[in-house]
Each structure stands twice: as structure tokens, then as C-alpha cells.
Design a protein around this ligand. Structure first.
Ligand SMILES: [Fe+2]
Length: 210
């Protein structure tokens, strides 16, 4: 039986050094559709934090919503509220360095200082518990001259470390969905290059090999 022919909606190469301009036009088109759906996939993943409390008074889902609720009630801007909602989203995949995952998800869409805040929030949050592990709770002060230091201290001290209260009046996810949609539908990194816009199709298809 012969192999099925690849769809016209798929690149035709078997390895990158066989690829042609039109292959990358197809891939680029798929990428933009896929990127546009990122918000839905991120929120599906956030739901995975439901249920497992890891010994904490609330599960990570409640903690995430509660952190975002506190940020919103403190009149934080929308981007910061979204950062608060998603800051622990990597907890089920990489508990030991979950901040890296949240920062990587948010980095293309937010202010670099907010991405830094999320990337470093574990260390800053440690001010409230590192002493119980025999570690220096003031370790975050090594960053005291960093332009994101104060916002990261505020994020952890006022919203993150306080959000383990089972009795808190936490807002539902629906409150935050439009905010997540607006932030994650921004052009990543301010705009990625488009194959069709930046590199017109060559007239001779043989010349289009890369
Ligand atoms: Fe947290």
C-alpha cells in the first residue's frame, strides 16, 4: 500500500533543507491560527490546577483565582491581573521551577518587567517561608536595585502569599477570561515576521529551495 499523499494544507518536505517558500507560507498560516487559540489552551491548562492541594489550605486553582482577585481589587492594571492569574500555571508540570513556565507563556505578551516579576516570584515569595527550610529569607534583596524589584515584592507580599484563604471571597474564572483574551491576543513580542509579508514568493519554484 502506498503512503497517503500529504494534504495540500501541509508542507511537502521530509527535512528542512528540502523546504520551499510555499511550505513556510503554509506553516506560517497554521502558526498564526494556532497562536490565536493560545488563550483557550492556557485556560484549559489552568483548570488542571483544580483539586490537588499539595497540602496547602487551598488548591492551586483557588490560589490562582484568589491572587488575581486580590490584584484586581487593589486596582492593579489588567496585565498584572492576568500575570497574577497565571503565575503558578506551570505548577503541575515543573513544581521545582514552575515560575519559568508561567514567565515563558506570558513573556511574548507582557511588559518585560512583568515577565521578570513572574520569573522571579518564587524567590521573592520565599521571604515568607525560606526560614523554615534553613534558607535566607532575604535572598530576594540581592535584586533590590532591579527595576522590577518593588513590583515583585508587592506581587508576593500583598497578593500571592496572602492567597491561601479558603474563606476569601474569590471571584470566578469568568471574571478574568476577557482579560486573558485581550492580553494573550496581543501580537507576540510586538509582532512576529510573516513569510508572505517579508519574503515574496520567488518566480521560479526551483529557486525557492532554502
Ligand atoms: Fe502563587
Amino acid at each position: 500500500m502506498s503512503k497517503p499523499t500529504a494534504s495540500l494544507d501541509q508542507a511537502q518536505f521530509r527535512r528542512f533543507d528540502e523546504s520551499r517558500h510555499n511550505d513556510w507560507v503554509i506553516i506560517d498560516r497554521h502558526f498564526h491560527h494556532y497562536q490565536a487559540d493560545a488563550c483557550r489552551r492556557v485556560l484549559v491548562h489552568l483548570e488542571r490546577l483544580r483539586g490537588d492541594h499539595h497540602g496547602y489550605p487551598v488548591d492551586r486553582y483557588e490560589h490562582s483565582l484568589q491572587t488575581a482577585t486580590r490584584a484586581m481589587r487593589a486596582d492593579a492594571d489588567e496585565e498584572t491581573v492576568v500575570c497574577a492569574l497565571l503565575h503558578d500555571i506551570g505548577d503541575d508540570l515543573a513544581p521545582a521551577n514552575h515560575a519559568e513556565i508561567a514567565a515563558a507563556i506570558l513573556e511574548p505578551f507582557v511588559d518585560p518587567l512583568n515577565a521578570w516579576m513572574i520569573r522571579h516570584h518564587e524567590l521573592f515569595q520565599g521571604y515568607h517561608y525560606r526560614q523554615f527550610y534553613g534558607q535566607d529569607r532575604h535572598a530576594r534583596d540581592a535584586w533590590c536595585d532591579h527595576p522590577a524589584y518593588q513590583r515583585t515584592v508587592r506581587f508576593c507580599d500583598e497578593w500571592d502569599q496572602t492567597s491561601f484563604d479558603p474563606d476569601y471571597d474569590t471571584l470566578p474564572l469568568a471574571t478574568f477570561i476577557p482579560m486573558v483574551e485581550r492580553v494573550l491576543s496581543r501580537a507576540p513580542f510586538g509582532g512576529l515576521p510573516s513569510v508572505e509579508d517579508t519574503c515574496p514568493a520567488p518566480s521560479n519554484s526551483e529557486e525557492s529551495r532554502v
